[in-house]
Structure formats: structure tokens, C-alpha cells
Design a protein around this ligand. Sequence first.
Ligand code: ADP
Length: 596
Amino acid sequence: MTDKKTTKSIHKLFPVIRVMFSTAGKRYPWFFVLESAKTLVQTAQPFLGILVTPLLVDELCGQRDINKLAIYAAVLIMGECILQLLNERLNMTLQKYQERLDNYFSMQISLHSMGLDFQLTEDKAALDQLEKARTGMTWYSGGAYGIAEQIFMFLGNVFKIAGFVSVIALHAPILLIAILAYVAVNGLLTSRCNKVELLSYERLSKTNRLFSYFGWEIVNFRYGKDIRLYDARRMLVDKWEKYTEKNIAGWKWQSDHTYLYRLFQEAAGVVSTLVTYAYMGYLVIRGAISIGTFTQMVSTAGALSSTLSGLVWNVQELMKRCNYAYEYVLFMEYPEAIPKGCAPVPRGEHTIEFRGVTFAYPGTDKKVLDGVSITVAPGEHLSIVGLNGAGKTTFIKLLCRLYDPTEGEILMDGRSIKEYDYGEYMKQFAPVFQDFKLFGFSIRDNIAFGEQDDARLEELLKLVELDKMVGKLEKGLDTRVYKIFEEDGIEPSGGEQQKMAIARAIYKDTPVLILDEPTAALDPVAEYEVYRQFHTLVGGKTAFYISHRLSSCRFCDRIAVFADGKIAEYGSHEELANIPGGIYAEMFAAQAQYYK
Ligand code: ADP
């Protein structure tokens, strides 16, 4: 993003404010009510001194009536105390909302990232946008809390300025011109600083992402084995240090480039104070105003110029903060990678057809699938075999609409899958991928994702032969997977993890089940066992079995042999095993020892 683009910020103000009020405003209405009360209190505070002090000073310089002096002093002190107490109390209550609002927006970002089209999880622009939304809606903008504070401060400042201008206009209107000149210079310098800060934020976006990747994500113990065995610790720490240095250099660049502006701001402040005192002193000497009015004018002039500068800073700060927070709006409105339909998906088993499907991953030219056509009947079990890299997983990703074909189309029950309601379509599939993940939740939540049908879960555990293992655990289904959070969490073996992932797929109770080589790490005989068991569990549902070995072929109605992105051979085991010189026949001959 260019400097020019980031500084044209006014149009970003309103979407951010709209989003804040329509979401956080509904969720936490009291926050906004209390902020309004605080603004009123803070607006009243300076006027107490401005209006009462001159009376006190003139009384001291004139009649010195003890009763009047006592009343003025009492109003001043009591009023100040009450307003201060109110302000403190409101501040204390309001601070509680900071964390609530931060959590609320972090949750919105997380929810939205989990629902993003899968293909965007590999898209650099989308990932950068996510990072910008995260940092933009927290540190940089001060979050919704920080933005709301600025909005209310702005309103308070407008009220105060109206009052100060009225007071000064009564006795020394010329002073208003000097104050305005100072504020204009100050505003210009603040605006320069803000431009530099925005530019610095843009420059640091990628570094920050790498910084948090090396610093935090990689420490996740899932990487633990590889880090230890390949002794990657030093390299990771070096990289973290490198990005820390880059980060620090970024901040230094920012402060170097704003230093002069800040210096000039200080100088302008000194000149403005000098001018005020000189002019007011002149008016007193000429007898145009009293000493009380002198103090009133000097303090009001000071208050006006600082409030005006505050207002300019306020507007710029608000725009700057909204610019950062606008990244959140952009992320929440990030364009979908694949179009979504709204047709309902027919109930029951489905006929699935790939019609001339060609696919290259976004940003690449290589056709991973090239004109693939195949029809799978309801309840059919299809085995997809082929060497690594032949395009088997890609075929499944397209079927599950994690990506859309580059050419051709996929149909379910005769209708393009693009026309179906996306959420409902996704509910038709329960895949177990090669890189399936278990979470640091309880066993129950890993399988049922929050549902509480224990009878069904136990039945399933028996089917996948995990019942004995779970039966031995003190907390049973409530035992946590992994030890990240609890000492008595379990570290399931590779085989047990697969069984849990399979139980999860079966629990989902979908018309189509997919086993995409979650067994690649097993030996052929153990893999054969997993597929045999899965075959029994799947029963009459449609199933896809994927493997670079032939473990599953015996259980399937048909076999599709993938080679170079095409279906090179297709038929039953008997048909393919008898094609002289065929890929399948050769694979079978090489692996037959395991399956006889
Ligand atoms: P298989 O499941 O048969 O082993 P895949 O479908 O996983 O093969 O991969 C087919 C080809 O697509 C491989 O060359 C692989 O490198 C490439 N590929 C897989 N995923 C991606 C991706 N996200 N981006 C780019 N290329 C990919």
C-alpha cells in the first residue's frame, strides 16, 4: 500500500465507527452511556476554575469581603472535588470495558478467519490482511475502546472550545487569531508525524507477522519433535532475533523521522504562551481589563489553545486509529475466494460427477488435474490410487469445495456444486485427511465438537476399538488430548490419533466419507487393517479411499488410478489387475505380498 493511499483516511472513519456502534454498541450499550457521562464531567471541569477564579482574584484585589471569598473558595474546591471523584469513578468502571471490547473484537477476527474460504489460508494477501486486522484493531488503534475514547474526547473538546471562545470573545477577541495560528502550525506538524507513523506501520506489517511466527507460533509443541531432532532451535532463535532487530529498526526509523516535527511543536507552544502574556499584560497596563480578568484570559487562552490542539490531535488520532481499525473492516469484508450458491442439498445419498475437471493451484500454471471425468454412484466405494503427487488429495479438495476447478465442473445429483448452499454442502462430507489435527480439548470435544451424545460416542469408541484405552482413563471422555493444559492429559499414539480422527468422521454422520491417507505413516499391513475397519464402519454410505498403496482396493467397488493429473485406469480390482503392463497391475504385483 502506498503512502498516498494510507493517508487518504477520512472515508475510513465512518465504516469503522459504524461497525463499532453496530456491534460493540449493541453488545455493551452501557459503555457508551458511561462514556457520555464522563465527557460531560470532563467538559464541566475547566469552566469551574475559569468562571470562579477571576471573581476570587478581583475580590482579593478589591473589597476582600470574607464571606464572598469563603463562598468562592468553597465552590471552587468542592466543585473540583466532586467532579474529580465522579471522573475517577467513571474511569474505573469504564476501564473494565477495555478488555471486554478487545476480547469481543479478537473473537470476531478468530471466528471470521475460521470461516474464511480455505484457499485464502494459503493466500499471502489474505494472511497479511488478517495480520493487519489483528494488529490494527488492537495495539495500533487502541482497539474499540481507544477509538471510542477519541470520539467522546472529540465531542467534549468541541463543547469546551465553544465555551472558551465565548469567554475570550467577551474581553480580548484579537487573542483568538494568535491562538488559531498556533493551532494551525501545531496541527500541520502532528499531521506530518502521523503520515510517518502510518508509513512505518505498513512497512512493519510483514515483519510483524514473521516476528510472531518465529517468536510464538513455532514454540507450539506440535513442532517439538522436529525442532529437537533437527536441532532447529538455534536457527529459530536467530531468525526471531533477526526479525526483532528489524522491528526495532522500524521503530527507530519512525522516531528519527518524527523528531524534528516534535521539536518544532515544542517551540511553537513557547511562542504562543509568550504572545498571550504580552498582549494580556498590555491590556491590564492600559486599564482595559482587571487582574481577575487577566487571570481568566490567560488561563482560558491556555485552555483554548491546548483544547484546540487537542482537537486537531484528536481528529488526526481518530483518523489514524480508524485507518488502522479499517483493516479490520477490510478483513471482515474480505472477498470470498469461491462463489456460494443457495440451493438446498437433496437429502440422502448422492451421485457425484466430475466433468472434464482441470485444476491448477492459484498462482501456479501446473495442471495438477487435467480433464478428469468420473461418476460415483450413491453408496459406491471408490478407491483412488496413484503415486505421491498424482493429484489424489487435490481431487478430494475440489470435491469438498476447498477450491473450485479451473475448468470443467463438479456435479452432485446433476447440479453444479457451486449452486448449493455452501454450509449445507460441506455437511455432506466427513474427510479424514493425511494431516488431520487433534486439538488440545477433551476426547469428547475432539470427536463430537461440543455435542453431548455420550451413548453414541461410547458405541463409536467401541467400533474404532478405543473403548479400552478410554475406559482406563480416570476422566474418561473428559480427558484432555495432549498435556498442554493438564498434567493428566494423554499423548495418544499415531494409531490412536487416527482412530479418534476416524471416530470424528463417522460421528458427523454424513452421506459421504473420505479417508485420505491418514495412514501413510503406517506399514502396509497396519494400513490395510485401518481401511478394513473403516470399510465396516462406513457401511452403505458413499466412500472415497485414497492411498498411494493398494490397501483399500479390495474393499472398493471401483478403483481410479491417477497418474499425471489424469485418470489413467478405471475399473474393478479384477479388471485392472489383468491389464497387461498396466499401472495398477504393476503396483499390485509389487505390493501383492502384503495383501494376499
Ligand atoms: P497426492 O495426493 O496424489 O499425493 P496432491 O494432490 O497432494 O497429490 O498434489 C498434487 C500436486 O499439487 C503436487 O505436485 C503438489 O506439490 C501440488 N500441490 C499440492 N498442494 C498445493 C498447494 N496448496 N499449492 C500449490 N501446489 C500444490
